[in-house]
Write a protein that binds this ligand. Structure first.
Ligand code: NI
Ligand code: MN
Length: 225
C-alpha cells in the first residue's frame, strides 16, 4: 500500500517501501515546509510546472539522489540544462517507470520558470500516478476544468490532492465541484495558507464535500491509499 506524505504547499512524497518519489519539492523557500532538501531520499522528482513554488529545490534534490526528473518536455530540458537526468513527457502521454505508471494531464495555469517566470517551460500539467494498483491524482496548479469529469470516468482514483487556496488556482467551491467530477475515494486539500493571498479554511472545504473522504493534513503528516 503506498503512503503519501504532505510536506507543505503542493509537495508530496509517495513511498511503497521499495520506491519513492517526490512531487513539486518547494522546501527551502517555504518556512512551513516539513522537510529540508537534504532530508529527501528519492529515486524520482516529478514537476508539474516551472513556477518557483513547484520546481523549488528539484535540481539540488535530483543531483544529490541521482534521481530522474519527470516533467513536460520543455521543463525537463530546463532541468537538463542545469545538469539533471530527466525523463521528458507530455500531456496525454503515459510511461511505466520502475515505481509505476505516470500519465500527464492538462492543467489550466501558467508555466514560466525563473525569478520572473519568463523562462519558457511549457504548459503546466497534472499527474496520474499508479503505484501498487492504486491511483493518485496530483493536479498541480489549476483552475477547475470539465475534463476532470473524463479523468474521473477513466480512472478509479484512490487519492486526489486539490488546490483550495484560490487566487492562483481553484478556490474551495471549485475544488468541491472538482471532487464531484473526479469521484476520488479520498481527497486532501493543498496549495493554501503558504502565503497570505492563498489563505483558506480546509475545514470549510471538508464540510462541503460529499461522497469522498476528506483528510486535512498538516505538513509532515501522511495518508495511505
Ligand atoms: Ni503555479
Ligand atoms: Mn503554485
Amino acid at each position: 500500500m503506498p503512503t503519501a506524505r504532505f510536506l507543505g504547499h503542493s509537495c508530496v512524497t509517495v513511498d511503497n517501501g521499495k520506491h519513492n518519489i517526490i512531487i513539486d519539492p518547494f522546501l527551502s523557500g517555504n518556512d512551513k515546509a516539513a522537510a529540508k532538501p537534504t532530508d529527501i531520499k528519492v529515486q524520482y522528482v516529478l514537476l508539474t510546472h516551472g513556477h518557483g513554488d513547484h520546481v523549488g529545490d528539484a535540481v539540488q534534490i535530483a543531483k544529490a539522489n541521482d534521481a530522474t526528473i519527470v516533467a513536460n518536455f520543455e521543463l525537463a530540458n530546463y532541468c537538463a540544462r542545469q545538469g539533471c537526468t530527466v525523463h521528458p513527457m507530455h500531456i496525454g502521454g503515459s510511461h511505466a517507470f520502475a515505481f509505476g505508471r505516470v500519465k500527464l494531464t492538462i492543467a489550466h495555469h501558467g508555466g514560466g520558470a525563473g525569478e520572473h517566470a519568463d523562462i519558457y517551460t511549457g504548459p503546466p500539467v497534472g499527474f496520474l500516478i499508479e503505484m501498487d494498483g492504486k491511483t493518485m491524482y496530483h493536479p498541480g496548479d489549476t483552475g477547475l476544468f470539465l475534463d476532470m469529469k473524463l479523468i474521473g470516468e477513466m480512472n478509479k482514483i484512490d487519492l486526489a490532492w486539490l488546490p483550495i487556496g484560490d487566487n492562483f488556482t481553484m478556490g474551495i467551491d471549485d475544488a468541491v465541484k472538482a471532487v464531484e467530477f473526479l469521484k476520488p475515494a479520498q481527497v486532501v486539500p493543498f496549495h493554501y495558507d503558504t502565503f497570505d493571498v492563498i489563505a483558506a479554511d480546509p475545514t470549510k472545504f471538508a464540510s462541503k464535500v460529499k461522497g469522498s473522504k476528506v483528510t486535512v493534513l498538516k505538513p509532515g503528516e501522511s495518508i495511505d491509499f
